[in-house]
Design a protein around this ligand. Structure first.
Ligand code: AMP
Length: 222
């Protein structure tokens, strides 16, 4: 089974992806995670994308097509994949549709999770991420003090570099969030409507608890 999950930053794609991976047995491919890992490892790809990502702009379509081709050629995808963060532009969507045709694959479900901009800004402003296990959480849940240890994996430090495990992503500041929302509306929504011409697409209301959103997703996928 092959699935694409789309939506503005902070709408809960990552959280919902974990649930889908558990129930469907597919492999989660987050292009944002791939790029962040490349930055951390200091690779050539990481150096190329670092600045663009920090200001909330999109990495070039050519580079992203290379990243996705490389990832989809790996041999752990027999049960299918869940793509999170790709395609992000009409150019990527068009190239991806052609590429899938060439390799004889299809997309079974495209999920577009949506929520109003003000809700997204509220959620992302307090979002922190764990360098050790990649989980995301919201400061709102921790009262006034910022936690020292990751509540998911218990780490205090990033095992590779010794930096504090919990950090706010450079692109999770209010100004950058608003810019990323604009990028989503102008560039990524058109990509979704292109996919809709070829594959079943469902719009999902991203408001409410993660469990409520998961139920809406399960309803359209069953
Ligand atoms: P995400 O973790 O999905 O929010 O992605 C973080 C950042 O990675 C984005 O703001 C972009 O700078 C970059 N990125 C991830 N996926 C793509 C893509 N498909 N096309 C272009 N840039 C991307």
């Amino acid at each position: 089974m092959n699935i694409v999950i789309m939506g503005p930053p902070g709408v809960g794609k990552g959280t919902q992806s974990h649930g889908i991976v558990d129930t469907k047995g597919v492999v989660h491919i987050s292009t944002g995670d791939i790029l962040r890992m490349a930055i951390r490892s200091g690779s050539e790809l990481g150096n190329k994308v670092h600045e663009v990502m920090n200001i909330g702009d999109l990495v070039s379509d050519d580079l992203m097509m290379e990243v996705i081709k490389e990832r989809l050629s790996q041999d752990d995808l027999g049960n299918g994949w869940l793509l999170d963060g790709f395609p992000r532009t009409a150019v990527q969507a068009t190239a991806f549709i052609a590429m899938l045709g060439e390799i004889g694959q299809t997309i079974d479900t495209v999920l577009v999770v949506r929520a109003p901009a003000e809700e997204i800004v509220r959620r992302l402003n307090g979002r922190i991420t764990c360098r050790a296990c990649n989980e995301v959480m919201n400061l709102v849940g921790f009262g006034s003090s910022r936690p020292k240890f990751c509540p998911f994996c218990g780490s205090e430090k990033d095992p590779e570099r010794g930096k504090p495990a919990l950090y706010q992503r450079a692109d999770d500041t209010e100004e950058t969030i608003r810019h990323r929302l604009e990028v989503f509306r102008k560039k990524t929504l058109p990509a979704a409507w292109l996919l809709e011409e070829h594959y079943p697409l469902f719009e999902i209301d991203g408001l409410g608890t993660p469990e409520e959103v998961a139920t809406r997703i399960a309803e359209v996928m069953n």
